[in-house]
Design a binder for this molecule. Structure first.
Ligand code: NAD
Ligand code: MN
Length: 423
């Protein structure tokens, strides 16, 4: 399909999503359990922006003309960019619509067709997007949604010889296995995986801003966020004051059902997942972390699927709570005495998805951003995302990028064309 027609269709899909933003937010909330206010302002709004941004790329995927330096005679040497073909997009349950848009928008812009596999826990918004795509005029077969369990449907996509590119977002354990499988049929591969993102609060931080941003960085979506800042390293001279502010802020968050517009902390996606988060909380208690606020030892008294936002202080780097991704509203805090120490401890993780720095000193922020091992660095904020900026990790957080012009390479192949002139 010609580039400008593709652009028009993608923009129409963005408009169709915009026109029923409230409905889609509702679907996302009843599926994930997330706060409806976030579903509107983050999930749905973010998806629209993503489609609108990538629609503009359809007409800008040019190759280049090379000037050959070693060939005899006269030649014309140039490259063209072509779509990789059929893309499989495997999607997690924490931001079903938004992460669908991360994959779909760029793949469509590049001229690929896409088979989306939402999480078995959260199929609704992808189904609706497929209906909207039909309504706005996408040809049959361009956008497909296949639902089912990961080990069956996801596995079938990963092994299918007709799939040319696999774009996977999910846990490191599943991503590693899926990646190996995908290589058997030589698929191109993008893996957006888990994280255990560190947060450094220096002696020169604005503590009110730091506390607010740290709280939203860990407790948004009830902690079910891949780049959540879950390990705080606070300079010893600001540590106590910061922990007081974090405690007050966490205790002021409104707990309630997802559909209540005032709720910030809402039910987790499933009882099974809630059980896993509780096991992590239990480990922190038994390993000797000190509870600041939230869920105590021996399980929760809440019966509504929600866990209280929980903060532990005096965490040490060897504790499970500081090593493993929890994917729930659980924050750990530790103290440091020198920036060298903070960097070393922050980087001592298998993951490298994101890291955050709080400081009002420009040198400190720039130098720390250079030294931290992560794909995304946030300064005096957490979790900022924009379609113009590539998102993705290093180390066990995977490879390849979603969003930004960098993502386009994942859906394109470059063909080199040599023309011998004068023959
Ligand atoms: P998950 O790995 O359990 O599942 C992700 C997707 O893979 C689902 O659609 C699932 O059905 C499918 N799947 C499961 N087993 C499969 C198999 N054998 N073959 C093929 N597909 C299979 O992840 P989740 O629990 O849905 O999501 C939480 C995880 O996702 C966390 O680790 C989180 O950090 C990560 N995540 C990462 C990013 C990022 O951009 N880096 C964004 C969001 C979530
Ligand atoms: Mn899972």
């Amino acid at each position: 399909m010609p580039a400008l027609e593709r652009q028009k269709l993608i923009l129409r899909l963005a408009d169709a999503i915009d026109a029923e933003a409230d409905f889609l937010a509702h679907l996302e909330t009843i599926d994930v359990g997330k706060a409806i206010s976030d579903a509107r302002s983050i999930d749905v709004f973010g998806s629209i922006a993503n489609f609108e941004y990538f629609a503009g790329w359809t007409s800008k995927l040019d190759g280049r003309t090379a000037t050959a330096v070693s060939l005899p005679g006269e030649t014309l040497t140039y490259t063209v960019k072509e779509p990789v073909g059929v893309v499989a997009a495997i999607i997690p349950w924490n931001f079903p619509l938004q992460i669908l848009s991360w994959k779909l928008a760029a793949a469509l812009a590049c001229g690929c067709t896409v088979v989306c596999k939402p999480s078995e826990l959260t199929p609704l918004s992808a189904m609706r997007v497929a209906q909207l795509a039909t309504k706005v005029g996408f040809p049959d077969g361009v956008i497909n949604v296949v639902n089912g369990f990961g080990h069956i449907i996801g596995q079938a996509l990963a092994t299918h010889p007709g799939i040319d590119k696999l774009s996977f977002t999910g846990s490191t354990a599943v991503g590693t296995a899926v990646g190996k499988t995908a290589l058997d049929t030589m698929k191109r591969l993008t893996l957006e995986l888990g994280g255990k993102s560190p947060v450094i609060v220096t002696s020169k931080a604005n503590l009110d801003n730091a506390a607010n941003a740290i709280l939203s960085g860990i407790f948004m979506n009830s902690g079910q966020v891949c780049d959540a800042g879950s390990r705080v390293y606070a300079h010893a001279c600001v540590h106590d004051e910061l922990v007081e502010k974090l405690k007050a802020g966490a205790e002021s968050l409104t707990i309630g059902p997802g559909l209540d517009p005032n709720s910030k902390i809402t039910p987790l996606v499933s009882a099974a997942h809630r059980g896993r988060v509780l096991e992590h909380i239990e480990s922190a208690h038994s390993e000797g972390a000190s509870l600041v606020t939230g869920e105590g030892p021996g399980g929760t008294s809440r019966e509504d699927g929600i866990l209280r936002p929980t903060i532990f202080d005096e965490c040490s780097d060897g504790m499970q709570i500081f090593r493993e991704e929890i994917f729930g509203a659980v924050l750990g805090v530790a103290r440091f005495r020198s920036l060298d120490e903070a960097v070393e401890r922050a980087n001592a993780s298998i993951y490298g998805l994101a890291a955050a720095v709080y400081s009002d000193n420009v040198d400190e922020t720039v130098q720390l951003s250079r030294r931290l091992k992560a794909g995304n660095i946030y300064i005096n904020a957490h979790g900022l995302l924009d379609p113009t900026m590539p998102f993705g990790g290093v180390g066990a957080s995977g490879f390849g990028k979603d969003m930004g012009p960098e993502q386009l390479d994942g859906f394109l192949t470059t063909k080199s064309i040599y023309l011998q002139l004068g023959k």
